[in-house]
Design a protein around this ligand. Structure first.
Ligand SMILES: Nc1ncnc2c1ncn2[C@@H]1O[C@H](COP(=O)(O)OP(=O)(O)OP(=O)(O)O)[C@@H](O)[C@H]1O
Length: 837
């Protein structure tokens, strides 16, 4: 499985859950996969056909999405095609029937229309799975119900022994149940991953509609548009799309547009140009939602409150799919909150209307919350969060101003209560502001003691206060038919009961910019725009590296144009960045870079090596720099500026170790330091970063620290005897050579439930047993003898062990031979271990 992953996708490690899902599919089991956007669900159905050599059928809702996926798969040497009304190549149908594709995409309509003879022929050739992508579309409870999905159960009776796999990024328990039932999944293997997109930074700002804000937005976008990476601006109306697009054009920012009132052809062209980096900014309505699989989108900006939190998660999820830190920013105005009626017009039943109202209200609460936004999102999707603050959203990183709002809160809540608690927010606010509208006079609310007491503050200020009181559970929203009403909840009643008109106990609330109402609020909005969209720290390359990177981006663009494909399909930004930092001089070295697959190497390898050599020479950069090892899981947005929980020294040590792949020894003696520090201190820093929630490659840490299974077990035994409160008694229980830092790492692993059993076998093997016996007779290294011998070690072998075994050949000739084999993609090297492909 790993060699298939490297050969076709260029990756050396599966992301969490991928491998077990593939294994279950290979065993013929049905699966339900609920994992975050951008977490790598597609790979789960893309790997089995490459192993079984049978076709995978993938049902996908959008033609544009299928076309993009097919384009990207072809660049990986995978035989992929799609069947739909948009397919112009007549041969595809016949080839598909004959099983000549690894992966065959089709729309649900097409799948249900295909004749029984098509399926029976294809079954004869072999079908390894049927995957239903965006499977939440099957459920009326999902936020994107599509009636065509409902008929997919028909296929179950045709494809009797084929495993069915439902995949989605958003599914409540009810929707999950619906997917299982509708697809008739048989005792499925269910995977529910975290919804957390760790590399995304979330922020929200309120804004006032008008030219001033549009100018600000355009300045902000121009700051990020010329850097590598794209931006999507989602608007709630076509009018907004056109207005922003016009403003960008005026500022000479190349942008595209996408909305439902454009013709199909213009929309497709716009989509294609964006995917192919012909412009970097797309202004769109949510019609440009699910179908976007471009990995290097760095900013997703919402201009207006989205219609539901589910759709916000989907749309913002288009950002940073390659794992590089990226930004999701939402701008809202209070008038957006009055659009419930508009959204409810899509509903057919009362239950649907209620569901729409509720998820729109959740999106509004997301806008106005003053606590951790990540936690808010995750808890909305039913996840329990152990953290109170993520450190990577505006609310966790901005300093907050709190103020005693007892008097104002008393007025508002008492007014709501006096009005009977069954109105929306507008009426009590109008009463407070002294309105004499007919509605108020008819209800005699002008006689209330609160009438006019709040006239010094604008209506929006009172509404902002109400949202803070909702966020803090003093006020409760309820939904009746089309109406949202507001009443004082138990916590609010407790507060009111302890108040009288002259005295109110303190009630501290975090002040949002709308509540601040002085010049600082304006600054907070204005400055925040550009600052928060500054380029992620991830992109900080030295000046020469940066130049090389940009030149390679250009080279990739040329290759893409010549081959009629998108640049990202040739290779991702992250891979290009690794190439920039390592500047390989041979195919073997290029092959070893994470993200480089066999097709890329064969098709573009020579050209790229020649470019790297030429450009590096021009820039005075040496070739074959130390390789950068990176974790296959997306890097946490903790790498963004704003992580205040670690000191810069600790954070930097962690970053160099985890993200740059430096050894602890190298970090301790890094030339940039005024004086070297102890290696043990570096280990301590890395451990502390882990306690602050930064991810660690634990097996690499054990390897560097010499923490073997045996030592780990001994530490556990010692802890069970003397407890883990103090280190000294544990140390006393252990052999002299076990160090304190080994104990600390052992304890941390235990705390996190990581056992040595979970550490990758290849490294365990290296830690525990000497792998290779030195032969008694001289053995010569030839291509065949090396390949045959390597086949015995599925977890890989170190160069020193290879040299020990092939003691009949010189070191130089063995290294040459290995290099050739790497270039041929017959073996590959990862973390100094040589493995057979
Ligand atoms: N094992 C891996 N190592 C490195 N990158 C990976 C790995 N698996 C997937 N990726 C990359 O992660 C990105 C997102 O993957 P993918 O498109 O499968 O996400 P998804 O879960 O289907 O998201 P969505 O629900 O938004 O469609 C892709 O660029 C893919 O190449």
């Amino acid at each position: 499985m790993e060699s298939t992953l490297k050969e076709y996708f260029g990756f050396t490690k599966f992301r969490p859950y991928q491998k077990e899902i593939v294994e279950n599919i290979l065993q013929g089991k049905d699966c339900l996969v609920v994992m975050a956007t951008g977490s790598g669900k597609s790979l789960c159905y893309q790997v089995p056909p490459l192993i079984t050599k049978k076709t995978a059928i993938v049902i996908s809702p959008l033609i544009s999405l299928m076309q993009d996926q097919v384009m990207a798969l072809k660049q990986r040497g995978i035989r992929a095609e799609y069947l739909s009304s948009a397919q112009t190549d007549r041969n595809v149908h016949n080839n598909a029937e004959g099983g000549r594709y690894d992966i065959l995409y089709m729309t649900p309509e097409k799948a249900c229309m295909l004749a029984a003879s098509f399926w029976s022929r294809l079954l004869d050739s072999g079908i390894c799975l049927l995957a239903v992508d965006e499977a939440h579309c099957i459920s009326e409870w999902g936020h994107n119900f599509r009636v065509e999905y409902k008929q997919l159960d028909k296929l179950r009776d045709v494809l009797l022994s084929v495993p069915f796999v439902g995949l989605t990024a958003t599914a409540t328990e009810k929707v999950r149940g619906d997917i299982v039932k509708s697809l008739k999944l048989q005792v499925p293997h269910v995977t529910i991953g975290s919804f957390d997109r760790q590399n995304l930074f979330y922020s929200v700002k309120s804004f006032d509609r008008g030219t001033a804000f549009l100018n600000e937005l355009v300045t902000e976008i121009s700051a990020c548009a010329d850097k590598a990476g794209s931006t999507i601006i989602y608007c709630t109306t076509v009018k907004d799309v056109e207005q922003i697009f016009a403003s960008l054009k005026e500022a000479r920012i190349e942008a595209g547009m996408y909305h439902g009132q454009m013709s199909n052809k213009t929309r497709e062209d716009s989509h294609r140009s964006f995917i192919r980096d012909e412009f970097y900014v797309m202004v769109a309505t949510i019609a440009f939602g699910m179908g976007i699989d471009k990995p290097n989108i760095r900013h997703v900006i919402h201009y207006g409150c989205p219609k539901s939190l589910e759709s916000y998660y989907q749309e913002s999820g288009r950002c940073g799919r390659d794992g590089i830190p990226s930004f999701c920013k939402l701008y809202y105005t209070r008038s957006d909150f009055a659009k419930a009626d508009f959204y409810c017009s899509e509903a057919h039943t009362a239950a649907q209307r209620k569901a729409i109202m509720e998820s729109f209200a959740a999106a509004q609460r997301y806008c106005t919350t003053t606590t951790c936004r990540r936690k808010f999102l995750l808890e909305y999707f039913g996840e329990t969060c152990s953290f109170g603050s993520c450190g990577t959203c505006d609310n966790c990183t901005n300093s907050k101003t709190e103020s005693d709002m007892s008097r104002e809160a008393f007025l508002l809540m008492a007014c709501i209560q006096s009005c009977g608690g069954n109105w929306g927010l507008n009426l009590p606010v109008d009463v407070l502001r002294g309105s004499r509208s007919k509605k108020i006079l008819d209800a005699n609310f002008d006689k209330l003691p609160f009438h006019g007491l709040g006239k010094d503050m604008p209506a929006n200020w009172w509404k902002a206060l109400a949202y803070q009181l909702i966020s803090n559970d003093y006020l409760v929203e309820t939904f009746k038919d089309l109406y949202k009403t507001l009443r004082v909840g138990p916590k609010g009643m407790q507060f009111l009961n302890s108040c009288n008109p002259d005295y109110q106990p303190p009630l501290y609330l975090t002040l949002t910019p709308e509540l601040l109402r002085d010049d600082t609020s304006k600054d907070a909005v204005g400055n925040g725009v550009v600052n928060s969209l500054a380029q992620p720290e991830f992109d900080r390359l030295s000046q020469a590296d940066d130049q090389l990177y940009k030149m390679l981006v250009e080279e990739r663009m040329k290759l893409a144009r010549n081959n009629g494909t998108a640049p990202y399909a040739i290779c991702g930004d992250q891979t290009l960045r690794r190439i920039t930092l390592t500047r390989p001089s041979t195919k073997a070295r290029l092959a070893n870079i994470d993200g480089v697959n066999q097709y890329f190497l064969k098709t573009y390898g020579d050209h790229l090596l020649e470019s790297i050599q030429r450009l590096s020479q021009e820039l005075g950069l040496s070739l074959d720099a130390e390789p950068v090892s990176e974790s296959p899981t997306p890097s946490k947005a903790a790498t963004l500026p704003g992580n205040k929980r670690l000191t810069p020294a600790k954070f930097e040590a962690w970053r160099m170790w985890q993200e740059e792949g430096f050894t602890v020894q190298k970090i301790a003696n890094y030339p940039g330091r005024p004086a070297p520090i102890k290696e043990e201190t570096v280990f301590e820093y890395i451990l502390e970063a882990s306690r602050e929630g930064c991810s660690l490659d634990w097996d690499r840490l054990c390897l560097e620290l010499g923490l073997t299974q045996d030592i780990f077990d001994r530490i556990q035994n010692a802890v069970s005897k003397v407890g883990k409160e103090k280190l000294k008694p544990i140390k006393n229980e252990l052999p002299e050579e076990v160090s304190y830092i080994q104990i600390k790492v052992g304890l941390r692993m235990q705390e996190m439930g990581i056992s040595m059993g979970l550490v990758s076998p290849s490294k365990r093997q290296k830690l525990e047993v000497p792998q290779v016996q030195e032969p008694v007779v001289a053995v010569e290294a030839t291509e065949n003898s090396v390949l045959e011998w390597l086949a015995n070690f599925k977890d890989g072998v170190l160069l020193s062990d290879i040299l020990k075994h092939f003691n009949g050949s010189t070191e130089e000739s063995v290294v040459d031979l290995l290099t050739n084999l790497e270039g041929e993609f017959l073996i590959f090297k990862k973390n100094n271990l040589y493995k057979l492909m």
